[in-house]
Ligand binder design. Structure first.
Ligand code: SDX
Length: 434
């Protein structure tokens, strides 16, 4: 390949030629805008529904190589972080861009531990939901509501104010998630226990009953910590794009993150883990798998937990989660749906329909099996995903705020509607109706 990193474009409508610089494997849409631009005509734009081939930002937070199944947070391979780090250390890495010293780590853990409480009014807000409200609806509402308790958060240009909101959101997400779970169960809300670690405290707020102090199983707390690490960031996924797009209007981070939670809620994104469990239960037995697969190939439905916009190979997180299943099932007993999931994966990976489309298990295919074994109902699975993704959303939002190249998100469109119609007032229109 030559050193001449340019694209020569010939506009055959005019015979004009243009030299467009190629930078980091991209051309700037603005340079395309020069092609065919006249007094009356706008220049060329890019039409890319779902942004399948559009870079929206520069970022140093997460690297993914979809063909090789590589995922790195700030350059560290996910396999090493999942095995050797903790969720709060990974959260520090994502937010600050480097691993903490002991003093920085201890200060970070202390700050987060002592910000786990939420204002009592948030509890009243949550108690206003119906008994069967979906926890994700409660989470996105209560995180958005936090913006009204910390009005100073709108001062996004102040790094100290930003740091305070980042700590608050990472600290309070488990409290809000646990309380949405307790609400759905009709059980009293459990307050944070600052003697416990981040995931132990989360388990306490979820499952503590009449005992004076919750005694978390360290193996389950560890498994949950690994799952949170695996969900912590994933470059410009749908919900991160939502956080960045809403954040580009310079709104406070609580409002931007509540938009991310809303995007994550969808079954094509974070809601897939809940959909996988329901799909496995609907299949019910290994004997029903061939008929189900035929239905997918006929386009009746999707194989939830399979496929990915970026990974055209096995999602490295799915590999790690599959291994974590063994650790959890040692404590809880094997989830009977595991056998159906494994058989479904085996059949799909040998079937031309999935092979041709490079559809492999993604992070959501096995995570639900662990969550269910940990006694979470399917409606809580995406709440767990949101708690894990919070440091990633906040790292990406902080990067957006500091990025001098960023502007308010406002895409173009291709207009397909009517033009210049003559408006007839309602009285005249209706008088002529037969
Ligand atoms: C997450 O982006 C991220 O990084 C997300 C995430 C993160 O950490 O933030 O990794 C988390 O959201 C994981 C994905 C969870 N979603 C699911 O498991 C839902 C099922 N998967 C699909 O809906 C789909 O694979 C997506 C949404 C994940 C990706 O969709 P794309 O990239 O837009 O791909 P596509 O829909 O254009 O599919 C290409 C082809 C199509 O077939 P043809 O039209 O070419 O015949 O593959 C087919 C699709 O119909 N296809 C599937 C399928 N996924 C894609 N067919 C059956 N089952 C599936 N799961």
């Amino acid at each position: 390949m030559t050193e001449n990193h340019t694209l020569t474009v010939r506009d055959n409508r005019t015979g004009e030629e243009y030299e467009l610089p190629i930078t980091d494997g991209t051309i700037r849409a603005g340079d395309l805008g020069k092609i065919g631009k006249t007094e009356d005509e706008p220049g060329l734009a890019v039409y890319d529904p779902g942004f399948t081939n559009t870079a929206s930002t520069r970022s140093s937070v997460t690297f993914i190589d979809g063909d090789k199944g590589i995922l790195e947070y700030r350059g560290y391979p996910i396999e090493q972080l999942a095995e050797k780090s903790t969720f709060l250390e990974v959260a520090y890495l994502l937010i600050h861009g480097e691993l903490p010293t002991k003093e920085q780590h201890d200060q970070w853990v202390h700050e987060i531990t002592f910000h786990t409480f939420v204002h009592e009014n948030v509890k009243s807000l949550m108690q206003g939901f119906r008994y069967d409200a979906h926890p994700m609806g409660m989470l996105l509402s209560s995180v958005g509501a936090l913006s009204t308790f910390y009005p100073e958060a709108r001062n996004i240009s102040d790094p100290t104010v930003r740091h305070e909101q980042v700590v608050r959101m990472i600290a309070k997400m488990p409290t809000l998630g646990a309380w949405s779970f307790r609400h759905a169960q009709g059980k009293p809300y459990v307050y944070p226990d600052n003697d416990l670690s981040y995931t132990e405290n989360f388990l306490s707020m979820l499952f503590k009953m009449s005992e004076p102090k919750y005694d978390p199983d360290p193996r389950l707390a560890k498994a949950l910590d690994v799952l949170l690490i695996l969900h912590a960031d994933h470059e410009q996924n749908c919900s991160t794009n939502a956080v960045r797009s809403v954040g580009s209007s310079q709104v406070d981070p609580y409002s931007a993150v509540s938009a991310g939670i809303a995007a994550l809620y969808g079954p094509l994104h974070g809601g897939a883990n809940e959909a996988v469990l329901k799909m496995l239960k609907r299949i019910g037995s290994k004997e029903n798998i061939p008929a189900f697969i035929e239905g997918v190939k006929n386009g009746d439905e999707k194989l939830m937990g399979f496929g990915h916009r970026v990974y055209k190979n096995y999602d490295p997180r799915a590999t790690i989660i599959k291994k974590a299943c063994d650790d959890v099932f040692e404590v809880t007993g094997v989830n009977p749906l595991l056998e159906i999931a494994q058989e479904l994966e085996k059949i799909a990976l040998e079937d031309e329909y999935f092979v041709k489309r490079k559809l492999y298990p993604n992070v959501d295919f096995y995570s639900g099996l662990i969550y269910e074994a940990l006694q979470f109902p399917p409606e809580m699975f995406t709440v767990l995903f949101a708690i894990g993704r919070t440091p990633g959303w906040l790292a990406q939002w902080s990067e957006l705020v500091d990025d001098k190249e960023q502007k308010i998100a406002r895409p173009k469109q291709i207009y397909t509607g009517d033009r210049r119609l003559e408006f007839v007032p309602a009285a005249e229109r209706w008088a002529n109706e037969s």
